[in-house]
Design a protein around this ligand. Structure first.
Ligand code: NAD
Length: 445
């Protein structure tokens, strides 16, 4: 099937490349010519494990990039919209979705082909049937459901495991307003015949995506709120508490063959520095703002957001227990990416930590295995020192704050073993072996 994906970012490129790998004939469209050039050269413009190899297989064969949206849309059976939907003052900013919809509509004007347009971006319930439909109808002069198909098919990938998430999808949610769109989307996913389908209207599909992210964010803030209490009670370690929670039969299989199996939700039921990235923070805020616009208050999700915003001050409190005055102290922050295996720093929990340390007058060094280059755009030229390796980062530090769960940070105890005086290590993810760290503080202890 000929497929166009509008937006060659984390979602659009992964979706396009995976569909191309399935044998579809895919064109990804982006306004950013450098991304298009990278795709055509078989180079990954983002850090995502497995993507370079996948592009090597499909680029120039079943996958190509272009900036010419109209030509791609007119010759495709289906066009997926995968542009960004960032946050603006806490509400969703649909400018890019509207612009892409208008451009798709203009491309369809006068076309006899019955193209199906599908929203893959995360958009608040009602967007596909409202703003997207109106923009396409206005610029095309056509009618949705009759002259072109309209659907919504949310993306559930997690950066860092995006390819695997696509290739072993747990569900395929298809929302559409017409039978032809359902048929075309079923054909698009014919290679995933054993994956459960949820066939609904577009606004339900949109809401499934938000409900899924809101639940994960709630689990994280729930764990972090309890971590705050654990610290205040004293002699309670949140890691022990959550270990006890995870072993509940609701979260852990009891059958002998699977003893110790932890439900994957357990990964969200752990105390840490809070959630970040391009999805959970903006999606929780957008849902609350959308509810408010409809006269529905969402106190639980507002609190989830608020608890998350309190994580950076929490880490700073742990530092200040030992260093009430930080002016001139050398503090190293480990991790800039919002999670391991990605270079994405959007809404990273590391940013408020670094900013607070800079405000306190500390001399800050950051180290991240792949996202170090983002330090300057995030904090300004020369504001922080960017280390080239973990060893360089920790040398001479008085304080080390671990923010991102990169596996290589497990080597920290060895690296600081000979340091005199030993640095204070603040473990924001509870991943380090504290028995090997002389001055240790961890979230939730
Ligand atoms: P992104 O910013 O990485 O990519 C968006 C791309 O769209 C950019 O390359 C931009 O240049 C391009 N673009 C914008 N307007 C365009 C237009 N009119 N024509 C052509 N290209 C245009 O964003 P992303 O992380 O891929 O997210 C895309 C959507 O998917 C968002 O709604 C997001 O919430 C959702 N989502 C993201 C993830 C994730 O982990 N990143 C997971 C699930 C869902």
């Amino acid at each position: 099937m000929r497929v166009t994906v509008v937006g060659a970012g984390y979602v659009g490129l992964v979706t396009g490349a995976c569909l191309a790998d399935q044998g579809h004939d895919v064109t990804v469209v982006d306004l950013d010519a450098s991304k298009v050039d990278a795709v055509n050269a078989g180079r990954a413009p983002i850090h995502e494990p497995g993507l370079p190899e996948l592009l090597g297989r499909v680029a120039g064969k079943t996958l190509r990039g272009t900036t010419d949206l109209a030509a791609a849309v007119r010759t495709s059976a289906v066009t997926l919209i995968a542009v960004g939907t960032p946050s603006r003052d806490g509400a969703i900013d649909l400018t890019a979705v509207e612009a892409a919809s208008a451009a798709i509509g203009a491309a369809l004007r006068g076309s006899a082909a019955r193209v199906v347009v599908v929203v893959r971006s995360t958009v608040v319930p009602g967007t596909t049937e409202g703003l997207v439909r109106a923009a396409i109808e206005k610029s095309s002069g056509l009618t949705a459901g009759r002259d072109f198909g309209l659907g919504m098919n949310p993306e559930f990938l997690t950066e860092g495991t995006a390819l695997e998430d696509f290739q072993s999808q747990d569900r395929i949610v298809i929302g559409a307003i017409d039978a032809h769109s359902f048929d075309v989307l079923e054909e698009l996913y014919a290679g995933f015949s054993d994956v459960p389908r949820i066939l609904v209207n577009p606004r339900t599909a949109e809401m499934i995506k938000y409900a899924s992210n809101a639940l994960l964010a709630t689990a994280i803030s729930f764990s972090n709120e309890l971590a705050n209490l654990a610290s205040a009670v004293g002699e309670v370690d949140i890691v022990d508490v959550m270990r006890g929670v995870h072993l509940s039969r609701y979260l852990t299989a009891q059958a002998p063959a699977k003893a110790g199996w932890r439900a994957p939700i357990s990964a969200f039921l752990e105390a840490g520095c809070g959630y970040g990235g391009s999805c959970l923070p903006k999606d929780v805020k957008a849902l609350v703002a959308h509810g408010r616009s409809l006269g529905i208050e969402m106190p639980l999700l507002s609190a989830v957001d608020q608890t998350n915003a309190g994580r950076a001050p929490r880490l700073l409190d742990l530092v200040r227990r030992h260093f009430p005055e930080l002016r001139g102290e050398r503090v190293t922050v480990l991790g800039l990416a919002f999670k391991p295996d990605t270079d994405d720093v959007r809404e990273t929990p590391a940013a408020p930590v670094v900013r607070a340390l800079l405000d306190a007058g500390a001399a800050v060094t950051v180290y991240d295995p792949v996202a170090g280059g983002s330090a300057e755009p995030l904090f300004g030229a020369g504001r922080v020192n960017v280390a080239a390796s973990l060893a360089d980062a920790v040398r001479g530090a008085s304080v080390i704050v671990l923010v991102t769960r990169w596996p290589e940070f497990a080597a920290l105890p060895e690296l600081i073993a000979g340091m005199d005086p030993p640095p204070l290590v603040v473990d924001g993810r509870r991943v380090l072996d504290r028995s090997r760290i002389p001055r240790y503080e961890g979230i939730g202890r």
